[in-house]
Design a protein around this ligand. Structure first.
Ligand code: ADP
Ligand code: ASP
Ligand code: MG
Length: 407
């Protein structure tokens, strides 16, 4: 009948009772005649707690040791889940990223998968076992344990599904699918039956953490049948599909928000060619990615320049810019953590005009000031004051009438 990959997130395996329930679901799929490969996250808030613990020991923990520490979270959950499946009378085996041979590029805390050795998984499946893999981790060719970025157990699951040419990859989580907004922020958010890869990619990039963005890229590239559904109910989930597979016609599909953003503002930068290139090259050299950029010129021949980075990169970005002060000669540089990005996503934007104006008007009517704007073919994003995030999301969601009963 083929292979099915199932991924269970941290909230789905948060305690012993939940682990037992997940085991029953896995056993049911096995009973239907499928070969089952499972990718699991660490229990509940384990990863957050381990990060907190590391920072109690060190202000700036060595990245190798941090990855070593964080990878233990998933090792706990796979062992417990394998025990729970065995308790039900089925054969199961847990495997770490190293045991499977999930080979990464060795970039600590944000490693990319380079190859997966499927031999071990296939031989376990042939022996009739349910294979339970640690999500979020891999090993470099130098034998170093690396993690794949926060939320990346989704990516482990899809990468495994692609490698094994699985029939399906089901991502089980604590909501029933992909919604028009985070259902915890917008109570009347509507569940989608389908979203396209490109919409889902943008949603993930712009803060909807229901799927890790790299897993969507992989699903698109390797045509993996990807579905998001609930661990706690039998409701049908959301399929992530190609654009030509879309049955529903939507203009706007979701409102997202991202509070993990910070702004760097430089005042009084010389307004001459080459300055922006120098600044952004210096930041890129430290592997810091910049999202939005805004520049305004002043009459006195200088410019003010602001750009956004993720909060974790803020201090490093400020330090780099301060290091350029002697060379470039700007007046000042300042950080601002109190910002958030709210975004509207929808493939229909390609063919409909006036969407941006409606979004800006909705924010204006709610008296929410827009600090920066950016757009792509299917997105519009605004930087606003962080304290207004939830109100902004609800306001935009209402204005585009995205809410209602489940479709
Ligand atoms: P898991 O631990 O299963 O990986 P995550 O916490 O990473 O789960 O992702 C699920 C969460 O994503 C949901 O609980 C929900 O609050 C949040 N979320 C944000 N935006 C959306 C959205 N548009 N649709 C569904 N869930 C969303
Ligand atoms: N446990 C990891 C994290 O919390 C990976 C995951 O949950 O997908 O980021
Ligand atoms: Mg997740």
């Amino acid at each position: 009948m083929g292979i099915i990959v199932q991924k269970f997130g941290g909230s789905s395996v948060a305690d012993a009772t939940k682990i037992k329930n997940v085991a029953k679901r896995i056993a049911r799929t096995h009973e239907e005649g499928h070969s089952v490969v499972v990718a699991v996250s660490a229990m509940g808030d384990t990863t957050d707690n381990l990060i907190r613990l590391a920072h109690e020991i060190s202000i700036d923990p060595p990245e190798r040791e941090l990855d070593m520490l964080l990878s233990t979270g998933e090792q706990v959950s796979i062992a417990l889940l394998a025990m729970a499946v065995s308790e039900l009378g089925y054969q199961a085996i847990s495997l770490t990223g190293t045991q499977v041979g999930i080979i990464t590029n060795g970039f600590y805390s944000d490693a990319r998968i380079q190859s997966i050795n499927k031999a071990r998984i296939l031989s376990e499946l042939e022996r009739g076992r349910i294979v339970i893999l640690a999500g979020f981790q891999g090993v470099s060719i130098d034998n170093e344990i690396t993690t794949l970025g926060r939320g990346a157990s989704d990516t482990t699951a899809v990468a495994i599904a692609a490698t094994l040419e699985a029939n399906r990859c089901d991502i089980y989580t604590d909501v029933e699918g992909v919604y028009t907004a985070d259902p915890r922020v917008v109570p009347n958010a509507r569940k989608h039956n389908q979203v396209t890869h490109d919409e889902m990619l943008e949603m993930a990039r712009l803060g909807a953490k229901v799927l890790h963005s790299r897993c969507v890229e992989l699903a698109k590239k390797f045509s993996v049948h990807l579905c998001v559904r609930s661990s706690f109910s039998e409701a049908e989930g959301t399929m992530v599909v190609r654009e030509d597979e879309m049955i529903e016609e939507v203009v706007v599909s979701a409102v997202t928000s991202d509070k993990d953003q910070a702004k760097v503002s430089l005042l009084g930068v010389p307004d001459i060619p080459g300055i922006a290139a120098r600044i952004f090259q210096a930041v890129a050299d430290e592997h810091i990615s910049i999202d939005m950029v805004i520049q305004t010129t002043n009459p006195k021949g200088t410019a003010d320049l602001s750009f956004t980075v993720t909060e974790k990169d803020l201090q490093a970005a400020i330090k780099i810019i301060e290091g350029l002060k002697g060379e470039i000669g700007f007046d000042s540089v300042s950080p601002d953590k109190n910002i958030a990005q709210v975004s509207l996503v929808g493939i229909g934007m390609k063919s409909h005009v006036g969407i941006a104006a409606r979004m800006f008007q909705a924010l204006a009517d709610a008296n929410i000031n827009i600090q920066m704007i950016s757009s792509s073919e299917i997105t519009i994003s605004c930087v606003i004051d962080e304290t207004e995030t939830e109100r902004a999301v609800r306001t935009i969601h209402d204005r585009f009438e995205l809410g209602g009963a489940s479709s």
